[in-house]
Design a protein around this ligand. Structure first.
Ligand SMILES: *[C@@H]1O[C@H](CO)[C@@H](O)[C@H](O)[C@H]1NC(C)=O
Ligand SMILES: *[C@@H]1O[C@H](CO)[C@@H](O)[C@H](O)[C@H]1NC(C)=O
Length: 451
């Protein structure tokens, strides 16, 4: 019995070793057919291993050191926190006009849909937008048209008129600055923080030509050394002779490189912001050829100069082109922020534009805001607004839908629900407590800063 088992076992071993031998023969046969010496085989193996190792090394070092490969044009000081005075002034960006004297938006009177949207955004994000009616170019009296107005088509003339009205609104007010928006803008849901950071940077602007005055340091969150401050251009490219003039800063609300419109990536790269710094940094550079007037701030001096040169003395082109000419002629000066802080909300492509005049093909909307989109924003305020207004985001739902007793509930289910309610109440108490503490802290900070 035992011998039969061992016989069978040794038989198995034999056949296994035979199979192994065959494999070995086949392998050495293949090698013989290749006619490779052992040395050559070793050399090939070593070469393959070396190639793999260096490939892995290159990949890892690219991932780890991409930023070092593309150093910024100057060393940024990110360690020192801004001084309390700077922070206090920057915190004005948290107010309803983002630290500007006012915010105006232009909209054709018949675009009540866009006005609804703008007022809705203003309410949700704690902003105060002043409506300035757009103008139909054909209704401007012949006598009131500026010199050389024949360069402009009627819609362009209307657009010019509406912007001049906005500049005039600034002159007629007691504001020092005015942010001018068109009625189709989108912006980041953290808009107040984005502008607070911009204010900190503008106060430390390294490309200013003059030091800030006492008044600017006390009361101008963005300084006042500009006529125009572009924060919503379609594109801009800097003067090729002065690409060194740039102020770079890190902003956690910058859109990723993939979400950033290619023009803006190009503009950043022209200033030496490359690699992984794109998608992380914003750049402030002197305005040179900003296209579009979707979002820009003007100072009082800027409004005076623009009205002088783009109305009083006549015009030479559509308003954005004319502004570019004045910038390049050194008649006005300004800064452009890239990627910009305002982007166009697109609903039905070009059809939604009001620049062609009503007679063209945009008399009706198609899919509307539901399919709308914007680019170059990390967190679209228009998309976020829909979530913010969801009913599940309302802490007072019970007030709207009063609780009704559920007659089919068992005692166990009732106990479970009572427990849920108790937990919710505890959570609410904790939140209230944290909120009171935060308010006390804020009050203390305000006191330190002198109110
Ligand atoms: C917001 O701050 C700016 C800058 O200090 C100021 O001029 C403006 O009046 C403030 N706006 C509001 C609504 O308080
Ligand atoms: C918004 O700003 C305008 C113009 O400065 C002002 O008249 C109005 O009272 C402000 N609205 C609110 C709600 O603060």
């Amino acid at each position: 019995m035992a011998s039969r088992v061992s016989e069978k076992f040794s038989g198995l071993l034999d056949s296994a070793s035979v199979r192994y031998r065959r494999l070995e023969w086949a392998a050495s046969d293949a090698v013989a057919r290749l006619n490779w010496s052992r040395r050559r085989m070793v050399a090939t193996g070593v070469t393959i291993v070396l190639a793999l190792v260096s490939f892995a090394f290159l990949t890892i070092s690219y991932v780890m050191f991409a930023d070092l490969v593309h150093p910024l044009p100057y060393v940024m000081d990110t360690a020192t926190p801004p001084a309390p005075a700077t922070r206090r002034l920057a915190s004005h960006a948290q107010n309803e006009t983002l630290g500007f004297g006012g915010i105006a938006y232009l909209s054709m009177p018949y675009r009540s849909d866009r006005q609804d949207a703008m007022e809705l955004l203003a309410s949700v994000y704690g902003l105060n937008f002043t409506y300035i009616p757009g103008v139909d170019g054909a209704t401007i009296a012949e006598k009131a048209k500026p010199l050389h107005h024949y360069w402009l088509r009627a819609p362009e003339l209307g657009c010019w008129r509406a912007h001049v009205d906005a500049w005039r609104y600034l002159l007629e007010s007691d504001f020092e600055t005015l942010l001018v928006l068109e009625d189709d803008v989108d912006f980041d849901a953290n808009v107040h923080d984005v502008f607070e950071l911009l204010s900190t940077q503008m106060q430390h602007n390294r490309i200013r030509t003059t030091p800030p005055t006492e008044h600017e340091r006390k009361a101008a969150p963005y300084g006042l050394d500009w006529d125009v401050l572009y924060v919503g251009q379609c594109s801009d490219h800097s003067n090729n002779d002065r690409l060194d003039l740039v102020h770079i800063y890190e902003d956690p609300n910058v859109p990723s490189r993939r979400d950033t419109f290619s023009h803006f990536v190009g503009q950043l790269e022209s200033h030496g912001i490359r690699g992984r710094n794109v998608g992380k940094m914003r750049a402030i550079a002197p305005s040179w050829s900003p296209v579009c007037t979707m979002g820009y701030a003007i100072s009082r001096k800027g409004a005076e100069r623009l009205i002088l040169d783009l109305s009083y003395r006549g015009i030479t082109a559509a308003i954005d082109i004319d502004i570019i000419r004045k910038l390049q002629q050194g008649i006005i000066r300004g800064y452009t922020v890239t990627p910009p802080l305002f982007s166009a909300w697109r609903v039905d492509g070009a059809k939604d534009s009001d620049n062609q005049g009503l007679e063209n093909d945009q008399t009706a909307l198609g899919s509307g805001n539901r399919r709308g989109y914007s680019h170059s924003l990390k967190k679209s305020a228009r998309k976020e607004m829909v979530k913010i207004l969801g009913l599940d985001n309302w802490d007072d739902v019970a007030h709207v839908f009063p609780e009704r007793p559920n007659p089919t509930m068992t005692a166990e289910q009732e106990a479970e629900e009572a427990e849920e309610v108790r937990k919710a109440e505890m959570e609410k108490a904790q939140i209230d407590e944290a909120w009171i503490k935060r308010k006390q802290e804020m009050a203390k900070v305000m006191e330190e800063w002198g109110g």
